[in-house]
Write a protein that binds this ligand. Structure first.
Ligand code: ADP
Ligand code: XUL
Length: 533
């Protein structure tokens, strides 16, 4: 690779709360970062945490035009910061997974003929059949999930084909719900994109393919053949194959940026668009995950993922196609109650200050005097439970903890849950295992200390907490290089900065958390039974 400082590679991340971008040069050095925060910078859309939670508490959507306006604003900010778009050789990006965008009939014609005098939000006002896109936080599609599993021959059959049993937030059930509840809008749709492929389409000026890795989060893709599963498509909604377009490898170069970006922002006509993918697959790339590592992302949602060679899908968690090596796979667990609940507890217990929150973590002992808590403000994905459940050291339910104990119980509970469910998926801590942490909360060392203690493994971070953006920029570079030479991803990023050791486990933690993990598992069963009745 010519490690040029004059060639730039862009990675965008259309995440739940904000749109972010990062630029790297040919030496993999980060040279620019910028973001647009939806709630505060685009208040006219009235989102909270980037979404609208509807009256039923189950339906969660985001306005598609908000994402477009955010892109207009972000590019404007970059221009004002003196960013030179003409140096960008390739760009890629990621999106929150599972969300779906419904392009109205005629929208592709609009995309292909964008007037560079106008903003994207002006031009695309009328381009969507569904204005509010269902996103990953939605859990309103239980009937569609039940129908899919029962029609296809049970949860195990669906797991074998798609890598996951039916999940409410997965795109297949979301599409089925739209088709059933708004047939007119479905009828008026010419293309369905994921958030990732929607964003790629904006840059491409044409409908962009869904990539194999993000496509694995739909309950529609056969993860072994990497083709749409005919039976899943047919069970979900009519005419789907045409509406989705053919899926493509995550490393595919889809084409060049549309003339609109050349004329309006000064991009080079040769700037390549590499397939966009999901935020978790992009983080996977950004963290340069190796076999044996486990990555823990602490963002709006918390996720845990690892590299796997052979898919052994289970009823819990997900197996996705690997975003950087198409022969392999990645395992993923998703926890919906992540940063937002940490913020709530911070606001209620530690005066809204992360510093006071950190003090509480430091000032309480490992094991928190035996107190254990489950904190699910919204219906959790792993496990499927809701509510706040607190237990004292004798496993008796209690109605509250002191502020400090509450903070520690939240973090210990979140990490015990991650370890428990990762172990159920086959993850084992072995000598040399590393926990790689990323996401907004990974900037907090006291949170990482609890993570390290619970997993009894050293925790590493990269300088850049924003691994989905970084991974997208790496993927842009790799996409370009691999077209020319077929070079593997690991070669392209081999000179990137190694993750830094952040914290090591306290020697006393192993025994305490091994015991506590057993109690946590039993109490989780109890919570699940009690919630059911
Ligand atoms: P997204 O999933 O939207 O990409 P990020 O990974 O950017 O989210 O994480 C944003 C979250 O990071 C915020 O909601 C906030 O709760 C959390 N965060 C930021 N700084 C800290 C901190 N010092 N300690 C704990 N959490 C933090
Ligand atoms: C993963 C998931 C979330 C979203 C938003 O399955 O639903 O992690 O990708 O980050």
């Amino acid at each position: 690779m010519a490690a040029s400082k004059d060639s730039l590679y862009l990675g965008f991340d259309f995440s739940t709360q904000q749109l972010k971008v990062m630029a790297i040069d040919g030496t993999l050095t980060v040279v620019h970062q910028s973001y647009v925060h939806f709630d505060s910078e685009l208040p006219e859309f009235r989102t909270q945490g980037g979404v609208h939670i509807h009256a039923d508490r189950l339906t969660v959507t985001s306005p598609v035009l908000m994402w477009i306006q955010a892109l207009d604003l972000l590019l404007e900010k970059m221009k004002n910061a003196g960013f030179d778009f003409s140096l960008v050789k390739a760009l890629s990006g990621s999106g929150q997974q599972h969300g779906s965008v419904y392009w109205r009939t005629g929208a592709n014609h609009t995309l292909k003929h964008l007037d560079p005098e106008k903003s994207l939000s002006q031009l695309l006002q009328e381009s969507f059949a569904v204005a509010d896109s269902p996103v990953w936080m939605d859990s309103s599609t239980s009937p569609q999930c039940q129908y899919l599993e029962s029609t296809i021959g049970g949860a195990h059959t669906l797991v074998d084909i798609t890598g996951s049993r039916a999940y409410e937030r997965f795109t297949g059930s979301q599409i089925a719900k739209i088709q059933q509840t708004r047939p007119d809008q479905y009828q008026n749709t010419e293309r369905i994109s994921l958030v990732s492929s929607f964003a790629a389409s904006l840059f491409l000026g044409d409908y962009a393919a869904i990539d194999f890795s993000d496509g694995s989060g739909m309950n529609l893709l056969d993860i072994r053949t990497r083709c749409w599963s005919e039976v899943c498509l047919a069970t979900t909604a009519p005419g789907l194959e045409k509406l989705l377009g053919a899926p493509q490898p995550s490393t595919a170069v889809l084409g060049c940026v549309s003339p609109y970006f050349v004329a309006r922002h000064g991009f080079s006509v040769d700037c390549r668009v590499v397939a966009f993918t999901g935020d978790n697959p992009a983080s996977f790339a950004g963290m340069r995950l190796q076999e044996g590592d486990v990555a823990v992302s602490l963002g709006t949602s918390d996720t845990v993922f690892s590299w796997i060679k052979e898919p052994r899908p289970a009823l819990e968690g997900h197996v996705f196609c690997n975003p950087v090596d198409w022969h392999s796979y990645m395992a993923l667990l998703c926890f919906k109650n992540g940063s937002l609940i940490r913020e709530r507890v911070r606001n209620e217990c530690t005066e809204g200050s992360w510093e006071v929150f950190s003090n509480a973590l430091r000032d309480t002992p490992i094991g928190n005097h035996g107190n254990i808590g489950f904190y699910f403000d919204v219906m959790e994905i792993t496990p499927s439970a809701v509510g706040v459940h607190r237990f004292d050291c004798h496993d008796n339910r209690v109605s509250g903890f002191s502020a400090q104990v509450e903070v520690k119980a939240l973090l210990e509970g979140q990490f015990l849950s991650k370890r428990l469910h990762a172990e159920r998926l086959g993850y084992r801590i072995i000598p040399g295992s590393r926990v790689l942490a990323t996401g907004g909360a990974s900037s907090n060392k006291d949170i990482l200390q609890v993570l390290s203690d619970v997993f009894n493994a050293p925790v590493y971070t990269t300088d850049v907490a924003n691994s989905a953006c970084l991974g997208s920029a790496y993927r842009a570079l790799h996409g370009l290089e691999s077209v020319e030479s077929g070079v593997p991803f690991s070669d392209v990023v081999k000179n990137a900065m190694e993750p830094q050791l952040a914290v090591t486990p306290n020697p006393r933690a192993k025994e305490v958390y091994n015991q506590m993990l057993k109690r946590y598992a039993e109490l989780e069963d109890r919570v699940l039974q009690e919630v059911d009745h």
